[in-house]
Design a protein around this ligand. Structure first.
Ligand SMILES: Nc1ncnc2c1ncn2[C@@H]1O[C@H](COP(=O)(O)OP(=O)(O)OP(=O)(O)O)[C@@H](O)[C@H]1O
Ligand SMILES: [Mg+2]
Length: 325
């Protein structure tokens, strides 16, 4: 199964205090990731995927955000107890993140080359020349043509796909042990998406980095990840090997997700899951998926099921995970 974990998230709960009231964005989330392993996180918009990984990075804005409980252990040490300098040292170095929107995290007034060099220089003792060489190497690795010329260009001079590659190059500046990618391909067109995925795949092989990949697209997980975490309304509802989920989804929401994978034949329509995502400001008594669930029973509206380990390494949060019984 899973290798010795390098990152463990334990009972993470995160809330936001807004004008509309308090909402629980992430509720009691626990998972771990081993060296060289890749895990995909899927779930609808607002299910808490980004908040989960931003918490790992120490990037939850507070206020309005608050870590209500939990620990994030990196090599056994709780990141929430570290000083800001120590966190800054780990962030962007041992744990790096690729954000969804490259323009928001690239600085428009510096050249792409300078920004990659900065990522190298912040965390290492390298000289400027060494940082330049490293930046050039990374630009090549991520498949940016005419890398030397591109180094001198500003982010707005590059296409979306090329900017995303610059972001990936920055994230890889110091061979991170863990690479977190939050929807790295959403803003890209389909061919570029495939190239970026191939790139992440190659990088995993080359650097043996662990990858946490967030996506709306379960097909992306199939290509890149061994394990999958399905989130719904701030909770993990299923967690297992991707192939197990694909063969036999235990949570009705995962079942719906699998059915919503676009089929190749023309006549089959994309099946979307019926109903609305719950209002995050409302307290729910039972299972939060119950109102949309075709298998709903009385108990589902009264009791929120626990995340059960139904067999080694397979977790599901459903009273009726074994619906064949
Ligand atoms: N800074 C913030 N202030 C207030 N609420 C927030 C903030 N950031 C996130 N939230 C809320 O937390 C919940 C979880 O958000 P999150 O960004 O983790 O969703 P997500 O699963 O990443 O969705 P998407 O697929 O759209 O990126 C949402 O209801 C969101 O509105
Ligand atoms: Mg998100």
């Amino acid at each position: 199964m899973e290798a010795v974990p390098i990152l463990e998230v334990e009972n993470l709960s995160v809330s936001f205090h807004t004008a509309e009231g308090k909402m629980n964005a992430v509720r009691n989330v626990s998972f771990s990731i081993g060296k060289g392993e890749s895990v995909g996180i899927v779930g609808e918009s607002g299910s808490g995927k980004s908040v989960t990984v931003l918490s790992i990075m120490g990037l939850i804005p507070s206020p309005p955000g608050k870590i209500e409980s939990g620990r994030v252990l990196f090599h056994g040490e709780n990141l929430f107890e570290k000083k800001i300098e120590e966190i800054n040292e780990i962030r962007g170095n041992q744990i790096a993140m690729i954000f969804q929107e490259p323009m928001t995290s690239l600085n428009p007034i510096h050249t792409c080359g300078k920004q990659i060099m900065e990522s190298v220089l912040i965390h290492t003792e390298k000289s400027k020349q060494e940082a330049y060489d490293r930046a050039l190497y990374l630009m090549n690795i991520v498949g940016i043509p005419n890398a030397e010329k591109r180094m001198k260009e500003y982010p707005h001079q590059l296409s979306g796909g090329m900017r995303q590659r610059v972001m990936i190059a920055m994230a890889l500046a110091n061979d991170p042990e863990i690479l977190i990618a939050d929807e790295p391909t959403t803003a890209l067109d389909v061919t570029i998406q495939a190239q970026v995925l191939k790139l992440l795949h190659d990088l995993k092989e080359q650097f043996n980095s662990s990858i946490i990949m967030i996506t709306h697209d379960i097909g992306v997980i199939a290509e890149l990840c061994e394990r999958i975490i399905v989130m719904y309304n701030g909770q993990i509802v299923e967690m297992c090997l991707y192939r197990d989920l694909f063969a036999d989804p235990l949570h009705p929401y995962s079942e719906g997700l699998l059915h919503s994978i676009p089929k190749m034949t023309k006549d089959e329509k994309l099946v979307s899951i019926k109903g609305q995502v719950p209002n995050p400001f409302e307290e729910i008594s039972g299972c939060s998926f119950a109102p949309r669930c075709q298998y709903q029973q009385e108990i589902c509206l009264k009791e929120d099921p626990e995340l059960l380990e139904v067999c080694p390494g397979r977790f599901a949060r459903c009273h009726f995970w074994d619906r064949t019984k």
